[in-house]
Write a protein that binds this ligand. Structure first.
Ligand code: AMP
Ligand code: MG
Length: 418
């Protein structure tokens, strides 16, 4: 197998370079499956959806009121005889003659001959006839939704690679689709490593630390569309790690571990991993988050990430490298993290030659400009500043410092902010 991931060796990699190399771990999105509409939320379309109908199907009223034919010039002689009624879900059987009107409700098809709707509140009705308060305000064609104005029959309503959120599901339903073909969710095997790592709920040994990573990573995998295969905590024991990796590579589309890849530990873990697959250890010019192990496992070359043990470093490297891969497996059109520009509220500490990812909090001022500030102490084990954050501030390697008021790139941590 030739994979740039392994050739990259001891050289210090840029973040973008590392991201491009990880993309090559996945040849194609996962196979597709057909699912009913109610099971599609959060899935990604495997095929473009072409509309089989015009939406709306009929030219119809956008208001409750009356429908009539409004001339190109001038005003029809009022009052207009009210000759019938058309309700939503029904059609008006005859053609409306000039000068006549019908009562109409929102969504009802316009009768043939009508082109304009006047809302109820603007009308006077007396003795079976109607007139409008201010005829000069009426525009020909007002309050009418035209056949196919949202989506025309035969048009691509949603392209392949679209993630199906609430609006997309509403749109598919409005086309009468009973379901759609979407990529399978990636199955992600996950375990923590370390003799000191203790399951929450167990008693904490004197030299122990609770397993934060497995639960933070479970959350991230779920948020990024994956299904979890939780293999628990493994001690720093080569045969057990080998066995777990072999099992994980057989069952999962992607394997993630945390811990055991820092300088003092890397050789021991490298031994275990080399028995199961092919692996590169990377130094990436970023903080937090190095080193990172990356490779492929077993006969089917399952992609693998060995994330750092420090919880914030594990989360930040997940977001930069694992999340794009999960999106790639699901067939997203654009798998890269979302970025916005915000202004720094105060100076930000950084260092030239590496990308600094700081935990940040966004606010918008009265003019709608976005500002960002750091959430406090930035040590790679300090999860409380991650909890306070709603974005990562990404400071380029070219910048040695960021002054107050300078623009910086931010990656929102939740889709709500995009
Ligand atoms: P390592 O990469 O194994 O050298 O771990 C680096 C640091 O992260 C050490 O202080 C570990 O105790 C800590 N650590 C490793 N795994 C976890 C975990 N699952 N949860 C919380 N902290 C961890
Ligand atoms: Mg360790």
């Amino acid at each position: 197998m030739s994979l740039s991931c392994f050739d990259l060796g001891e050289r210090m990699l840029g973040v973008a370079e590392a991201r491009a190399a990880t993309a090559r771990l996945v040849a194609a999105p996962l196979p597709s499956e057909w699912l009913p509409l109610a099971a599609l939320h959060g899935r990604v379309l495997a095929e473009s959806q072409v509309s089989p109908i015009d939406v709306p199907q009929n030219t119809n009223a956008a208001m409750d009121g009356i429908a009539l034919s409004w001339p190109e010039e001038g005003v029809p002689t009022a009052p207009w005889p009210l000759v019938g009624e058309v309700l939503a879900g029904h059609r008006y059987a005859t053609v409306l003659a000039g000068g006549e009107c019908v009562r109409i409700t929102t969504g009802a098809p316009l009768p043939a001959g009508a082109n304009t709707v006047i809302m109820r509140e603007q009308l006077d009705e007396r003795d079976g006839c109607v007139q409008v308060h201010r005829p000069e305000d009426v525009r020909r064609g007002q309050n009418v939704r035209l056949t196919g104005e949202d989506i025309a029959r035969g048009a691509t309503a949603l392209p392949a690679g679209t993630r199906l959120g609430a609006a997309e599901l509403g749109l598919l339903a409005s086309l009468g689709m009973a379901g759609a073909s979407v990529h399978r969710r990636p199955r992600v095997a996950l375990f923590s490593t370390g003799d000191e790592v203790t399951a929450p709920g167990d008693e904490l040994p004197p030299a122990g630390i609770f397993d934060a990573n497995r639960f933070a990573l479970r959350g991230l995998v779920t948020e990024h569309g994956g299904e979890i295969l939780d293999l628990g905590i493994l001690p720093d024991d080569q045969p057990r790690i080998v066995a777990a990796l072999e099992e994980a590579a057989r069952q999962a589309d992607l394997v993630i571990t945390s811990g055991g890849v820092s300088v003092g530990e890397a050789d021991r873990v490298r031994g275990a991993l080399q028995e199961v697959g092919e692996l590169g250890f990377w130094k990436i010019a970023m903080r937090p988050g190095r080193p990172l192990a990356c490779g492929q496992l077993g006969a089917v070359a399952t992609p693998f990430f060995g994330l750092p043990g420090n919880p914030v470093a594990a989360m930040v490297t997940f977001l930069q490298f694992v999340a794009p891969l999960l999106r790639r497996l699901q067939g997203y059109r654009d798998p890269q993290p979302r970025r916005l520009i915000a202004l720094a509220d105060a100076p930000l500490a950084s260092r030239a030659g590496r990308v600094d990812f700081l935990r940040g909090r966004l606010r918008s001022d009265t003019e709608g400009r976005l500002w960002v500030c750091s959430t406090g102490r930035q040590g790679s084990g300090i999860l409380s500043s991650m909890v306070a954050a709603d974005c990562l501030i990404e400071i380029d390697p070219e910048r040695a410092e960021v002054a107050a008021g300078d623009p910086v790139t931010v990656q929102p941590l939740s889709d709500d902010l995009c």
